[in-house]
Write a protein that binds this ligand. Structure first.
Ligand code: IMP
Length: 470
């Protein structure tokens, strides 16, 4: 068996190629020793990104890794994302503030690609302050990010409501689509550097609201929006935001040149990427690894570790095709044991078997060289587990993940049964504690994704994330 060796030192990105040489492993070893894992306590600049339709559990991996980084950067999406963090005994749902904010030595950055909702941002900062976490001094916001305004959230709701049942995307109603539409339109955009200059903000707001009122009235018969009321509430947000604003790309370049280590935190998942996901049932930003440069201003070659996070099964919220979905008791059992309910909207997630075709597509797309597999314990309940290893349409095996959702709706997943291990994994505290059946499952996932699993989660707690020994 040929395997990839991965070794990462703090400054490797300046020195050499991203993928290291291959070597041979003797037959008859522990199946999981096939890959020599990277030491996840020794990572250089790293991207953590979801490989499915979001909610993969990236927060658990980031929480574990954030200790060894100096900076954590959000680069795409907005308050549509959600991850839970635990402060003392309180569990908080954060949507915009990077999860690393809980580590006092970590500086957090909201990059230019983010849809910045000031209402949500300050709500979260206030909650954190109430729990004793001083976050404001350690947070920097890109002057090039775009500001989510109340009319974006209104437009999100109005436009979804106006669509036919078949066309609804099932958005989070956080104004994300309308915000990115306005960004692309340019004339309707309010960037952070506009927002923090009162005269510029007022002028742009008045012009935009006037146009929005005409459009919303004509399309949705909506009540007019009041620019004065928005200005009053949002200029207070602008005042509070101003000290945090800077050119974050420049800050990141300078910090990396000074040897600081940076973790890039993906939001949503690769299959929700506007260009590469299951369009149109996607979000409106580049949520895959492809978005990291554009959303942060950092060249991709500055990143050495591309850590893709996937669940040991599949979940999805909102509309759109999901070939391995199980609309039966098995899907319900995955949902209940995996607690598959949305952090942002509370919606029950659709659940199904691990989709190797879709996840391998995402892993290739983003050039992953490490995998974090979450929720392995959820599969312990089954006598037999299925894994999707390909798609068929009209009896023909597809070579690649389809770009057209009409095709994706029609695919038949090719399922390979794998014996269940029927052992509770929740008590495992290190890799060696995993049962042989669970390890065999990891080997299968590695062979499908052509990438080593470097950490596996057997439950949501910090102690239940097991890094692979290097
Ligand atoms: P939007 O991003 O709110 O416009 O929603 C577009 C699609 O992406 C919908 O199907 C949402 O359910 C989905 N989506 C957006 N953010 C997340 C997320 O953080 N996790 C999972 N799905 C998401």
């Amino acid at each position: 068996m040929w395997c990839t060796v991965l070794r990462f030192g703090p400054r490797l990105w300046t020195a050499g190629p991203r993928v290291a040489p291959r070597f041979r492993v003797c037959a008859g070893q522990d199946p999981c020793a096939g890959w020599v894992a990277m030491d996840i306590q020794q990572l250089a600049n790293t991207l953590v990104v979801g490989l499915q339709w979001g909610d993969e559990g990236k927060g658990q991996i980031i929480d574990r890794l954030s200790d060894q980084f100096d900076m954590i950067v959000r680069y795409s999406g907005g308050a549509n994302a959600g991850h839970s963090v635990i402060v003392g005994t309180t569990k908080l749902g954060l949507h915009l503030v990077p999860s690393g904010i809980l580590r006092e030595h970590v500086a957090c950055v909201i990059g230019n690609g983010v849809a910045l909702d000031p209402e949500v941002l300050f709500e979260e900062l206030d909650l954190l302050a109430g729990l004793g976490v001083k976050a404001e001094d350690r947070l920097r916001v890109s002057d090039r990010a775009h500001v989510v305004m109340p009319y974006h959230k209104l437009e999100d709701k109005l436009s979804e409501a106006a669509l036919s049942e078949d066309s609804k995307i099932g958005t989070t109603a956080r104004g994300i689509g309308p915000l990115y539409m306005d960004k692309a339109s340019r004339s309707n955009a309010i960037r952070v550097h506009h927002f923090v200059r009162p005269d510029v903000f007022r002028r742009r707001l008045d012009e935009i609201v006037e146009r929005k009122n005409r459009v919303f009235g004509a399309l949705y018969d909506a009540e007019p929006i009041d620019a004065d009321a928005i200005y009053e509430a949002y200029s207070a947000h602008a005042d509070r935001l101003r000290p945090m604003v800077c050119d974050t790309a420049h800050l990141l370049h300078r910090s990396m040149a000074d040897g600081k280590r940076v973790l890039f935190e993906g939001a949503q998942g690769s299959l929700l990427d506007l260009d590469h996901g299951t369009f149109p049932f996607v979000t409106s930003s580049n949520s895959s690894a492809c978005g990291v440069s554009v959303g942060s201003g950092v060249p991709a070659r500055a990143i050495t570790t591309f850590l893709g996070v996937a669940k040991a099964y599949t979940s999805r919220v909102g509309a759109g095709p999901m070939p391995t979905e199980l609309k039966n008791g098995v899907g319900d059992a995955i949902r209940e044991v995996g607690r598959e309910y949305g952090t942002t909207t509370g919606r029950p997630r659709r659940c199904g078997w691990f989709d190797g075709m879709a996840t391998a597509y995402s892993a290739r797309l983003g050039g992953m060289n490490a995998i974090g597999l979450i929720g392995l314990n959820v599969l312990s309940q089954f006598d037999e587990i299925n894994v999707c290893v390909g798609y068929e349409v009209d009896g023909q095996r597809l070579e690649c993940f389809p770009s057209d959702v009409d095709v994706l709706e029609r695919v038949r997943p090719v399922l390979e049964p794998i014996p269940g291990w029927k052992e509770d994994l929740g008590g495992c505290r290190e890799w060696a504690d995993l049962s042989a059946g669970a390890r065999a499952y990891l080997v299968k996932i590695e062979s499908i994704l052509d990438c080593p699993v470097v950490a596996v989660a057997v439950g949501p707690e910090r102690s239940q994330l097991l890094p692979r020994p290097s």
